[in-house]
Each structure stands twice: as structure tokens, then as C-alpha cells.
Design a protein around this ligand. Sequence first.
Ligand SMILES: NC(=O)c1ccc[n+]([C@@H]2O[C@H](COP(=O)([O-])OP(=O)(O)OC[C@H]3O[C@@H](n4cnc5c(N)ncnc54)[C@H](OP(=O)(O)O)[C@@H]3O)[C@@H](O)[C@H]2O)c1
Length: 63
Amino acid sequence: MFMKYTVITGASSGLGYHFAYVAAKHNHNLILIARNFEQLKKIQKDIMHQYNIDVVCIKCDLI
Ligand SMILES: NC(=O)c1ccc[n+]([C@@H]2O[C@H](COP(=O)([O-])OP(=O)(O)OC[C@H]3O[C@@H](n4cnc5c(N)ncnc54)[C@H](OP(=O)(O)O)[C@@H]3O)[C@@H](O)[C@H]2O)c1
């Protein structure tokens, strides 16, 4: 069975960070993208501790 993921760019802070938690609350698995990988890993750990979903982090400069 395929798993669906919601991709959130700019997830390390600001609107993207908050969107990540809203999507997690709605049981979306997440792919979080930003340059600050350490921050993404902290968010991944926190979200996976609170919600029963999968969270993948990708370090990427989108420019
Ligand atoms: N805040 C508002 O009220 C508002 C209103 C209307 C529209 N917007 C638009 O919504 C977007 C998000 O705004 P924001 O207020 O949340 O803050 P922002 O400072 O524009 O976005 C911060 C996020 O973007 C990531 N980011 C920045 N440059 C990046 C790059 N080159 N590659 C990958 N990720 C990058 C940052 O992560 P890293 O630094 O870790 O890469 C961080 O996660 C912007 O386009 C903004 O213009 C915002």
C-alpha cells in the first residue's frame, strides 16, 4: 500500500513550521524541507513524539 505525504518547504521556521504542525494534527505524513537540517530534525523529533505519523527531513537550498 502506498503512503501519502504532504511536502512542506520552509518548514524550519515561520509559516512552514506552523503548517507542519497543522498537517501533523490532521494525520498527514510529512516531508519537511529547508536548509537548516538540525532545526528540521528537532521538529521531526517533536512531531513524531506527539503524533503517530512519519516525518522525513530533506536539507535543500531551493534557490
Ligand atoms: N509571514 C507572513 O505574514 C506572510 C504573508 C504573505 C506571504 N508570505 C510568504 O510566505 C513565505 C513564508 O514566509 P515566512 O514568514 O514563514 O518566513 P520566511 O522567512 O520567508 O520563510 C522561512 C522559511 O523558509 C526557508 N527558506 C528560506 N530560504 C530558503 C532556501 N533558499 N531554500 C530552502 N528553504 C529556505 C527557511 O528555512 P532555512 O533558513 O532553514 O532554509 C524557513 O524555514 C514567504 O514566501 C513569504 O513571502 C508570508
